[in-house]
Ligand binder design. Structure first.
Ligand SMILES: Cc1cc2nc3c(=O)[nH]c(=O)nc-3n(C[C@H](O)[C@H](O)[C@H](O)COP(=O)(O)OP(=O)(O)OC[C@H]3O[C@@H](n4cnc5c(N)ncnc54)[C@H](O)[C@@H]3O)c2cc1C
Length: 659
């Protein structure tokens, strides 16, 4: 039985205790990485039956489309290569002997295991229709399929893709090129019918058609037509689509035969409990081959979660897996597609409320609520709130009426200013594939990861499909590369001037009338003489009105001339002038009744304006959330105080001329 073990260099005893992983797909590989975190000394043998080093299957469509090279798909073996207790064997495991605790490869060699992990994944489902065995019929599941299809694109002129799920769409797009005409045939009445509703599917279909891909929905395939080679695809509705190549993309079939032969319990997948153990406690199953609570997942993220739980359970005995949310958050034919939770109308066996938002540009967003709590969401097109939406769905959180109102009006649940990742809850998932949260990324950034690559190394974020890279970049941008405002010095300078003027007003007592008209410089004339007082008053009024109107730059797109920063600088300089003229106009007298209110409003307005300038100028010194908060509070205070100003000014003018 253990004859084969001496082939392995570290000694038979150790390898007798090996943890064996069958299946070198992304999930089997992830299991080993997770295991190494807690058990660096455990001997591990990884078996893979594909003639390649472990690679990232998710990116096969990019390879087929010519956007990725084979090398770039390889999973990072670096650390494991120098690990004397790790062995990767490119062999197929053909049998498990649960009594002896061994597995056997296709050459008849046996290997003992202490724990066995089945990560055998799945294969393309080939439907039982006439002609599927013919030359020119392909599937798309592994590297070899991708290579064959790539070779085929150069001579295929008409291709029919059977299946309008995620993979079918991806394959159709990847195969487009070399002047191939593509028709996509979908049996259901819309594409991606598991993830999208009619509106979203129609939007995506439009996109496909705009790319030149013909889409036929609601049409079952009867068979592949041809004598020795493919000539067409016959549909159940009687139509025959002429083609020379057929790509079957009609779902997946979990690889459960190895387990079934060993009398391990199987259903659609290999049945596992919450610890990912099969009916044999020493044998685990994870990834696309596993069936947990009657669910087999067809995405990579649940597999990664299972890998972490299984590794933890084997080494520490603790973790539990309670299931994953099926989240589709991908780029399909170049369009961002998101679907999570109970969001389809046909799933409406329980009472749900749907709210949708559509833009002229074709973006579509949908929320599904049950008893006020978010239970699902869907989107076609970019939506930067998705990680927060996911967090809401995961925790079945409530949405407040004003959030729903905002969604109805703008398609957003939160105000745009709170949309950068640092405002998101710690548990908001940024990288779906690897389940990396905002909190984990922030922690890694705080501990010195200052580039996307280093964050990827530390957390795994962006290492699988790469969709979240911009978000990871955004987190770095906001947390590490906080840059000072270019006009920070002028902002701080003017706020200092405002502060000085305010202090002067507070500390200097009201100026009185000159004791003699003979004095050479009669400063008191400025606030006592009717003419001078009118000059300073109207100057002040004019400047105040200009200052108030300047704030419209931010709100009105019509005011195009000059940059926003230039307008802001002018506004602050104007404020300093206003204060100086105010000093002259009042002679540090605070007046009475409503005039006093006018003065207080004016001074507070100036004070908060100066505070906004300081907050903007110093924002780079604070944490992004504190900086933004300070800026927001002082800005709104400044804005609110400007509202009573016109009324108070009018009253002041009236009181001067009429009373
Ligand atoms: C083109 C394509 C695009 C995809 N895009 C996405 C996407 O965008 N997002 C997403 O979440 N998912 C995507 N998926 C699905 C994703 O790839 C799978 O969910 C993931 O690969 C499952 O990983 P796994 O390790 O469980 O199984 P697999 O990746 O299938 O790996 C299992 C491995 O085990 C090997 N094996 C099986 N039996 C044996 C045996 N007896 N002995 C030795 N080795 C064996 C198999 O050959 C295979 O190499 C895509 C899949 C494809 C094909």
């Amino acid at each position: 039985m253990s004859e084969a073990l001496p082939k392995v260099s570290v000694g038979a005893d150790k390898w007798d205790e090996a943890i064996i992983v069958v299946g070198a797909g992304p999930v089997g590989f992830r299991f080993i990485q997770e295991l190494r975190k807690n058990a660096p000394q455990a001997p591990v043998i990884l078996f893979g039956n594909e003639p390649y080093l472990p690679y990232d299957r998710v990116r096969l469509s990019a390879l087929l489309a010519g956007q990725d090279s084979t090398e770039s798909l390889l999973l990072p073996l670096d650390d494991l290569e120098n690990d004397p207790l790790f062995k990767y064997l490119c062999k197929e495991i053909t049998a498990i002997n649960t009594d002896w605790g061994t597995v056997m490869d296709s050459e008849g060699t046996e290997y003992s295991y202490s724990k066995l992990v089945l990560a055998t994944g799945s294969r393309a489902h080939v439907p039982h229709i006439k002609g599927v065995e013919m030359d020119g019929v392909f599937t798309f599941r592994n590297m070899r399929d991708a290579e064959k299809l790539k070779a085929r694109t150069t001579r295929s002129q008409d291709l029919v893709v059977v299946g309008g799920g995620l993979l079918g769409l991806e394959a159709a797009k990847a195969m487009q090129g070399n002047l191939t005409n593509i028709t996509l045939v979908q049996q259901a009445n819309r594409i991606m019918n598991q993830q999208l509703d009619d509106v979203a599917a129609a939007a995506l279909q439009e996109k496909l058609e705009a790319m030149g891909i013909r889409v036929v929905v609601g049409a079952g395939v009867k068979g592949v037509v041809g004598e020795h080679r493919v000539e067409g695809v016959a549909l159940r509705n009687g139509e025959t689509i002429q083609c020379d190549t057929v790509l079957l993309s009609a779902g997946i079939k979990p690889n459960i035969e190895l387990a079934r032969k060993a009398w391990i319990k199987v259903g659609r997948g290999i049945r596992v409990n919450d610890q990912l153990q099969t009916s044999h406690p020493d044998i685990y199953a994870i990834g696309e081959c596993a069936e947990h609570r009657e669910k087999v997942y067809g995405l990579v993220a649940p597999g990664f979660e299972q890998a972490a739980v299984a590794a933890n359970h084997i080494t520490q005995g603790g973790s539990q897996y309670l299931g994953s949310h099926s989240i589709a958050r991908l780029k399909v034919v170049g369009e961002a597609v998101f679907s999570m939770g109970d969001v389809l109308d046909e799933q409406q066996y329980d009472k749900k409320k749907f709210i949708t938002y559509t833009t002229k540009e074709g973006s579509y967003r949908k929320l599904a609520l049950k008893n006020g709590r978010l239970v699902g969401a869907m989107a076609i097109g970019e939506w930067d709130e998705i990680p927060r939406i996911q967090e809401l769905i995961t925790h079945k959180r409530r949405l407040f009426p004003w959030q729903l109102l905002r969604f109805r009006m703008s398609g957003n649940v939160w105000s745009p200013s709170s949309n950068s990742p640092e405002h998101w809850p710690e548990t908001a998932v940024i990288c779906n594939c690897n389940n990396v949260t905002r909190g984990q990324l922030s922690y890694a950034i705080e501990h010195g990861c200052c580039s996307v690559d280093r964050l990827a190394q530390a957390t795994g974020a962006s290492t699988t499909c790469g969709t979240c890279k911009p978000l990871v970049q955004q987190m770095l941008g906001s947390e590490v590369q906080q840059e000072a405002e270019p006009d920070k010095n002028s902002l701080l300078g003017t706020s200092l001037a405002v502060a000085t003027a305010l202090l002067a007003f507070l500390l200097i007592p009201a100026l009185t009338v000159s004791t003699s008209v003979q004095e050479p410089l009669r400063l008191d004339l400025f606030w006592n003489d009717g003419f001078y007082k009118q000059v300073s008053g109207f100057t002040l009024l004019g400047l105040t009105v200009i200052g108030l109107l300047m704030s419209l730059k931010k709100r009105s797109k019509a005011l195009k001339f000059g940059s926003y920063k230039l307008w802001r600088s002018l506004h602050t300089v104007l404020a300093v002038f206003c204060l100086l003229i105010l000093l002259v106009h009042t002679g540090f007298n605070s007046g009475q009744a409503l005039n006093q209110w006018l003065l207080i409003d004016f001074l507070l307005l100036a004070f908060l304006g100066a505070f906004v300038s300081v907050a903007i100028g110093m924002q780079h010194k604070f944490s992004p959330s504190v900086g933004l908060q300070l800026r927001k509070i002082s800005f709104w205070g400044h804005l609110l105080l400007s509202w009573p100003l016109p009324a108070l000014l009018s009253f002041h003018i009236l009181s001067v001329y009429y009373f």
